[in-house]
Design a protein. Sequence first.
Length: 740
Amino acid sequence: MNQELKTNLDYLLVELKRIELKLYKQAARLRTEAGRAIEGRFRGLFISENEVDTILGSPSFISKEKLLKLDNSASQALAESSEQLETNITKPEKGNLRQKSLFRLGTLERSFQLSAFEIDTLLICLLPELDSRYQKLYGYLQDDITQKSPTVDLVLHLLCESFEQRLLARQYFLPQAPLMKYHFLRLRDDHSIGQWPLVANSLQINERITDYLFGIDKVDFRLLPFTRLSRAKHRLEDVLLPDEIKSRLLKLAACFKKESMVIYFQGGKGVGKYTTADAICYELGIPLLVVDVNRMVKAGISPETSVPLVFREGLLQNAALYLNGFDLLFNNDNEAHSVYNAVMNGIASYPEQVFLSGDIAWEPGTGLHDKRFIGVEFTMPSYGARKQLWEKCWNGEMHLTADIDLSDLARKFRLNGGQICDASAMARNLALWRDPEQGLVTNQDLHSACRQQSRHKLNTLARKIDPKYRWEDIILPRDQMEQLREICYHVKHHYTVYDDWGFNHKLSLGKGLNVLFAGPSGTGKTMAAEIIAHELGLDLYKIDLSAVVSKYIGETEKNLDRIFYEGQTSNAILFFDEADALFGKRSEVRDSHDRYANVEIAYLLQKMDEYDGIVILATNLRKNMDDAFARRMHFSIEFPVPDASDRYRIWKGIFPPEAPLSNDADINFMALQFKITGGNIKNIALGAAFLAAEDGGCIRTEDLIRATKREYQKLGRLCTEGEFAQYFELVKGENHDNTN
């Protein structure tokens, strides 16, 4: 009977043959009991002994050698022969104990710490999955043709020799026992009335376990909505990480091979957490089972089912676990709390590496007594790392136009590795849509893709402004123009000064760029912000103060926190217009409202110190700004009311080339006489254009005067003869009405 076990199937069939012998003995025992003879007239309502002989005599999954023929008159001889046959069959197993651990049944035994009783129980439940005739045999053995699956009672009688052993073996069917906890078996109560005892429940093997035993490695279908198996493909040396983190991980790689650990990766999406876990698994030579915690919680499967299935799948795949979004479980709601407890219990006994991923800091405390824990914080990649990521994404491809500077993209956009890869793919798609034949990626494609990656949730608290203005559109004194250009220099050379020249080590806070624009309405503050955004290729968001300021205590701070966080990740310029409404002076505390208003201002000061991006504050009344904000400004630019020469330049440039401006339109008169801002001039020019369009002619001086009168009416100013001079007759009638 000795045979060599070469494959997993060889070993499994030998084990199943051993279980079949137990069925022989049980059948023989039953034949010796009274009342088993059935008259032929009941055929179809019972299983005959001849049919049992046929099932047991010709199993479809083992060699067709002649086995013992059951004979009702010789049951004792059958039992003795069966014991001898079981001994002979077991010998090859004992001779191949070293091989046993290589076979899947042995892997289940080792990984889930299953006893011999539990292994045999699995095999008993496996038989009907191989040949439906065993359903009839179980009906015969249980004296119930409708009972086609083995019950707990049948298993106890097959595997236990005494009543005491059967009592003790009931523990293997309790909820916390491995077979039940990891859903190897399902207990079914097939009785429609009342609750029947444990032993009356039938047992059914889980489909995933059946597949596993026969070499099928597909992930359990119940896990597919939130789980995937990844084969490691990154080398740890090739992952772009800060030198200090990479050095430590490389040193720890040897420790990972000796013992399992829990590693918590903290950082935002796309900073390299998954890639690093994948690289560690590459070093270990094992796959990675990736679980989306958010989807798992929302999948509608109870934690008592989903979490054990995840850990069971990890053990079946011999994989490390990666729980993405683990910090979602830190919420205080009952659902998240129950999942958290289940996960922590599973981690405690899991033999492979477990990677946990989240945005916020976390320490397990006393949750992991016997596991070594490592916390790694992933920050946004530096300028140098971003440049390498851009170069790696394109890898020398010849699909870029000559004017593209990847270093410039790395400077302008604070993107992480995931966003850079997505932006590169999007730029390729934009180029393909524009030019299907060549598909050359332009600078505009890459900038558009980068801006798209940067946009998140700012639209809920701010309005995106599409920059229309260029340097030639703004008229300011020379000093103010120079300051605006210097602002752009600060952004363009930020990483040269802070990283390459070492100023980063001298400053812990205040590395962003805070700018104050002060001046009357219409002097060009918003226009200047648009010009800077266009020059730098960055998005400009105008903060909606009505959506930020809240009458409820603490809500304003929450909104501000969201704005600065999203601004940081969005690489956007934050533009606070009418900023004195939010950045006003702190007052003496007379009541609780004053105290909380001062808290909001203090919080703003803190966020501006921490913020690394660009913030532009615009105010009409500089004196209303708190001095603490003024001290934090890197630039403070005063936008004056334009003088006559500047007003003339504004008037000359306000009309588009297509506009039918009359040759005798007295632009010089308009610039000299009316001391107004650029915003007023824009409104007058537009109003005059509509008046001229109605008249069907060119834009004349008369149209400009009439439009000026309307602008003065808006401003609440009188139309005086000193200002309107020879054109006063056009406005004096209505001006007289206004004075009345």
